[in-house]
Design a protein around this ligand. Sequence first.
Ligand code: CA
Length: 160
Amino acid sequence: MENAVVLREWFDRVDAGRTGNITAAQLQGALAVGNLNFPISVVQQMIRMYDFDRNGTMNFEEFLALNKFLQKVQNVFSTLDRGRGFLSLEEVYQALIKLGFSLDSPAFYTVCESFDKSKKGMIQLDEFISLCIFVQSARLYLEYFLGFCGEVLSMVKFCV
Ligand SMILES: [Ca+2]
């Protein structure tokens, strides 16, 4: 309950114009205050993942869904990084399993390579979040796509 109040205050602070919606640029700035620096494309993807009303911005309800996901990702990161501030690739793999993602090796290394900015096999929190956003979006898209295929198939069946 108290958490919800804190989140509401945070949301209202970011939504300076009191529009009820946060834009990608506003979210990017707010996350940077918390030392999490993301390219705008990643922030836009965050919004798209939970943009239930599909208006391109984030209302409070959508923000709660995103926040839940980010909390989960951050918790897994901090249980594995043991205060070092980064995860090895092996630990990233474990972390993804904890989060319910299973990638085969080639996909895993390709994904790691593209998010490991320093190319040292050390994934920092913002890189790990970006990576999870990417994997989660891919999963949501796939579920949507498969659901769509299912509907088409049953329509075809119905027509036949
Ligand atoms: Ca929205």
